[in-house]
Design a protein around this ligand. Structure first.
Ligand SMILES: [Ca+2]
Length: 141
């Protein structure tokens, strides 16, 4: 699967491999590969905040909800896999994580973004709508 990146990403292309890792390659951006600990299930690109540059939205499985950074009151992180949504953008030629959700509240089979709106389909066929609100995706009723 390849995402069309477009504005802000010069000629970069983005590919989701069979190994569930995302690779971004371009002549001007430094190439980037998603973290070893992420199993990427789906991806989409859209300009979610309206600044004219597309973000990359990843549906990621990973172990534990918090990774290395966890709230001090959480003694032990969960070791089971959970789904997360990560938003990544290019800033001055570098890939920067804009938002990394904790365990996502609904099970996700696939996602599509159109501007600030994110549509999520669950394995049971349920469809939910989310809206980007500066600090993350909020359920849109
Ligand atoms: Ca944007």
């Amino acid at each position: 699967m390849t995402a069309n990146l477009g504005e802000g990403w010069s000629d970069a292309s983005c590919t989701l491999g069979k190994d569930h890792r995302v690779r971004v390659n371009g002549s001007s951006e430094s190439s980037w590969t998603s973290d070893d600990s992420w199993l990427v299930q789906d991806l989409w690109s859209a300009d979610i905040d309206g600044d004219g540059m597309k973000e990359l939205i990843l549906l990621v499985w990973k172990q534990g909800s918090f990774g290395r950074h966890k709230p001090f009151w959480v003694k032990e992180d969960e070791r089971t896999f959970s789904q997360h949504i990560f938003v990544i953008e290019v800033r001055e030629g570098r890939m920067v994580s804009v938002w990394m959700s904790s365990k996502f509240p609904v099970e996700v089979e696939r996602l599509e973004a159109d501007g600030s709106r994110l549509t999520i389909w669950s394995p049971d066929g349920a469809e939910t709508s989310w809206v980007w609100d500066t600090w993350g995706y909020m359920l849109a009723g």
